[in-house]
Design a protein around this ligand. Structure first.
Ligand SMILES: *Cc1c(COP(=O)(O)O)cnc(C)c1O
Length: 220
């Protein structure tokens, strides 16, 4: 199926309240343009440089999401346009985003990444670390960021009950935080292989790449 057909198909299966981020990392601008022409306006990239290059040439009404692991020293290159940064897993990164947002006279939306997978390879903060950040004086002084929710990635395993349990632990933690974080509105979880499970467990933002654009070829 073509990119536009994939998009139409996926959109049809998503509940209204779930936002679709089209993950276009490694894909050429022509693929993003095809998705754009089919109505998609939110794109996710995992490398800042690549996102900047695509931002420069594509229509300006696209909302760009950074979903990858962040290098603080590169935040400045996207601070003038990025709409949501999903994978914040260090307080120092949050401070750098705040600094660069301020320079651009913006407020940048961020999600804190909660580590829900058992795999050591996955990035993310523990619940305790997230609580420490949200309750710190340092955090309340950051005027140019808005932490609007949580992001998580489940383990790459066959066992659906494990994936469900991991997503559900994120949702539960989100609900625990919500009373003291009225600005929270986003639960980013679910990818091509598990977004349906994620939605069942309460996700309202899915990050779907290969199911839209086809498999990625990293050896090009
Ligand atoms: C690549 C990526 C995705 C999309 O993965 P697919 O399996 O291709 O849908 C989602 N989230 C993050 C953080 C990613 O790096």
């Amino acid at each position: 199926m073509s990119i536009s057909q994939n998009l139409v198909y996926i959109k049809k299966t998503l509940p209204k309240e779930v936002t679709l981020v089209a993950v276009s990392k490694t894909k050429p601008v022509s693929d993003l343009q095809e998705a754009y022409d089919a109505g998609q306006r939110i794109f996710g990239e995992n490398k800042i440089q690549e996102m900047v290059e695509k931002y420069d040439v594509l229509p300006k009404d696209i909302s760009w999401h950074m979903i990858g692991h962040l290098q603080s020293n590169k935040v400045k290159y996207m601070a003038h346009f990025v709409d949501l940064i999903h994978g914040v897993d260090k307080f120092s990164t949050l401070k750098e985003i705040n600094k660069q947002a301020k320079k651009n006279d913006r407020i940048i939306n961020c999600l804190l990444q909660l580590k829900i997978a058992e795999e050591d390879s996955k990035f993310g903060l523990s619940k305790e670390e997230i609580l420490n950040i949200l309750n710190s004086d340092d955090y309340s002084s950051l005027q140019n960021i808005n932490v609007v929710g949580l992001m998580g990635m489940a383990s790459f395993v066959e066992d659906e009950s494990q994936i469900k349990q991991e997503f559900s632990s994120l949702k539960t933690f989100y609900e625990e935080l919500k009373p003291t974080q009225p600005q929270f509105n986003t639960i980013s979880m679910g990818m091509s292989g598990d977004y349906e499970l994620a939605i069942e467990q309460g996700s309202n933002m899915v990050r779907v790449g290969s199911a839209i654009f086809g498999n990625r070829n990293y050896n090009k």
